[in-house]
Design a protein. Structure first.
Length: 433
C-alpha cells in the first residue's frame, strides 16, 4: 500500500470535530477506498474540540493555522475554521502558495475569493476541493461539475440553509415563534456562529453564488446576489400560504436570463406537494434544470456528520489521485458574471396588505395593479378578528400572475400613496417548479 496521506486540520468546531472523529474511526475503511491510509497528523485550533469525547492524544496540536498550512509533515491542509477573512484566507493561501492541496467547507471564502484562490491553486498546481461548502453532505458540487458536464444548465435553485428551513418548518407546523425556533436550531448545531448569516440570507447567497459559477461557467460573484432574509415572515404569512396551497421557503435561485444570470435569495412561495415544498426541517434540496434532464438532490445540509462526510470524500479523492478543475474548467475559461437586474425579474407574487376597511379600498388596489398590466390570480379579504375594533385594518391577500418586479413595486407605491394601507405591504415571490 502507498504511503499515507497526512492531513493537517484547522478548526475543531462542529464540522472540524466530526471530520477528526470520522478520520480516526474509519481509517481502515477509508484506506480501502483510497488505496492508502488517510492519517490525521496535526490539528490547529484556538479552542478545545467541540466534541469533547475526541481522543487527540496522538495528534500534534497547535493554535496557529497558517504555520500548520505551510509547515512540514502534512500532505494536505483542511480548513474548517470558516469566515472569508483571516486566518482562513491566509492559511488557505499559504498552503496553495507552496503547491499543497487544500480541502475546505468554507462557503464564505469560496464565494468571496473563489476566483483568486483557484488562480493561485492553478499557478502552483495544487488541488483545491470544497464539496462541503454547499449543501452539507449533498454532493451537489460534483453533480454540477462532473455529473452534468454534458448538459446545458438553465436554472439551479433550492433550499440551501438548514437553519432557515428548520425555523420556517417549526413555525408552520407548530405555530411557534421565530425566536424560539432559532434558539433550537442553534442548540442543535445547525446555525452559523453569527446566526444573522443564516436568517439574513447571506449564507444562502454565498452558496448560490458558488452553484451559479459551477452551473454557468462564470466567475463567482457573491456581490451580484439579491438578498432578503426570513426575518419579516410571520405566522400570518405561513397560514395564508397554507390556505392558498403553498409553502414558504428561503430559496437561493440562479437562472439564465436574456440579459445575464439572475441570482437571488428570498423567502419564496412554492407549491405544496412539489419536491421543494415538501422539504422540512434542516434538510436541503437543490433542483437543477437543464436541456438534457431535470433533477433534485435532497439531503442533510448542515450538521457535523453530514458535512464531515463531504470533507472526507474530498480527502478520499485526493488520496486516490482523482483530480478535477475546481470550477469544472480552467480559470481562464470562466466568463465574467453578467448580472441580471432584479427589477427585471419576472414571476408571480404573494402580497399581504393591511387594508383600511373603507369603500374604494379594493377598487384602488385592483385599479393600481390593472394600470400596470398586472393580472390578479386571486384576491382574498379575511374577516377581521371579532376581538378587533371596527376601524382595525383588514388583511387582504393578493396572488398575481407572472409580472415584472418593477411594475409590482410601482403599483404598491401607488397604493400606499392612495392612503388605503395601514402598514407596509408584505411581498413574497412565487417560484414555479
Ligand atoms: N448554517 C448553515 C445552515 C450550515 O444552517 O445550513 C451549513 O452551511
Amino acid at each position: 500500500m502507498e504511503a499515507p496521506l497526512r492531513v493537517g486540520l484547522a478548526g475543531l468546531g462542529t464540522v472540524g470535530s466530526a471530520v477528526a472523529g470520522m478520520l480516526l474511526r474509519t481509517r481502515d475503511k477509508l484506506a480501502d477506498r483510497a488505496g492508502r491510509p488517510i492519517d490525521l497528523v496535526a490539528v490547529a485550533s484556538k479552542d478545545p474540540p467541540r466534541d469533547q469525547s475526541l481522543d487527540l492524544s496522538s495528534i500534534k496540536r497547535s493554535d496557529d493555522p497558517v504555520a500548520l498550512a505551510k509547515g512540514e509533515g502534512i500532505d494536505v491542509f483542511v480548513e474548517l475554521m470558516g469566515g472569508s477573512g483571516d486566518p482562513a484566507k491566509a492559511s488557505v493561501e499559504a498552503a496553495l502558495g507552496i503547491g499543497r492541496p487544500v480541502v475546505t467547507a468554507n462557503k464564505a471564502l469560496i464565494a468571496k475569493h473563489g476566483t483568486s484562490l483557484i488562480k493561485l491553486a492553478e499557478k502552483h498546481n495544487a488541488a483545491f476541493n470544497f464539496e462541503a461548502a454547499v449543501g452539507g453532505g449533498i454532493p451537489v458540487i460534483k453533480t454540477l461539475r462532473e455529473g452534468l458536464g454534458g448538459a446545458e444548465i438553465s436554472r439551479v435553485y433550492g433550499i440551501l440553509n438548514g437553519t432557515c428551513n428548520y425555523i420556517l418548518t417549526q413555525m408552520q407546523k407548530e405555530g411557534r415563534s421565530f425566536e424560539d425556533c432559532l434558539k433550537e436550531a442553534q442548540k442543535l448545531g445547525y446555525a452559523e456562529a453569527d446566526p444573522t448569516f443564516d436568517i439574513g440570507g447571506f449564507d444562502t447567497a454565498h452558496k448560490i453564488a458558488i452553484l451559479a459559477s459551477l452551473a454557468f461557467g462564470a466567475e463567482v460573484d457573491a456581490d451580484a446576489v439579491y438578498v432578503e432574509g426570513i426575518q419579516s415572515i410571520t405566522l400570518a404569512d405561513l397560514e395564508a400560504a397554507d390556505d392558498l396551497g403553498y409553502r414558504v421557503k428561503l430559496l437561493g435561485v440562479a437562472v439564465k436570463t436574456d440579459t445575464g444570470v439572475e441570482q437571488r435569495v428570498h423567502p419564496t412561495m412554492v407549491p405544496k406537494g412539489s419536491v421543494i415544498g415538501e422539504i422540512d426541517g434542516v434538510t436541503n434540496a437543490v433542483a437543477i434544470n437543464s436541456d438534457a434532464l431535470d433533477l433534485t438532490l435532497v439531503g442533510p445540509g448542515a450538521g457535523g456528520a453530514a458535512t464531515a462526510s463531504a470533507v472526507v470524500a474530498d480527502l478520499v479523492d485526493l488520496a486516490s489521485g482523482r483530480r478535477v478543475m475546481p470550477f469544472g474548467r480552467g480559470s481562464a475559461k470562466l466568463k465574467k458574471a453578467v448580472r441580471a437586474p432584479m427589477q427585471d425579474h419576472e414571476g408571480g407574487y404573494y402580497i399581504r396588505l393591511a387594508a383600511v376597511d373603507k369603500p374604494g379600498t379594493a377598487a384602488s388596489i385592483a385599479g393600481r395593479m390593472a394600470e400596470r398590466g398586472i393580472s390578479l390570480e386571486s384576491i382574498v379579504q379575511h374577516r377581521r378578528d371579532k376581538k378587533q375594533s371596527s376601524d382595525a385594518p383588514a388583511p387582504v391577500i393578493l396572488i398575481t400572475y407572472a409580472t415584472n418586479e418593477d411594475a409590482m413595486r410601482s403599483a404598491l407605491d401607488a397604493i400606499k400613496k392612495d392612503g388605503v394601507l395601514a402598514a407596509d405591504p408584505q411581498v413574497i415571490r412565487i417560484e414555479k417548479n
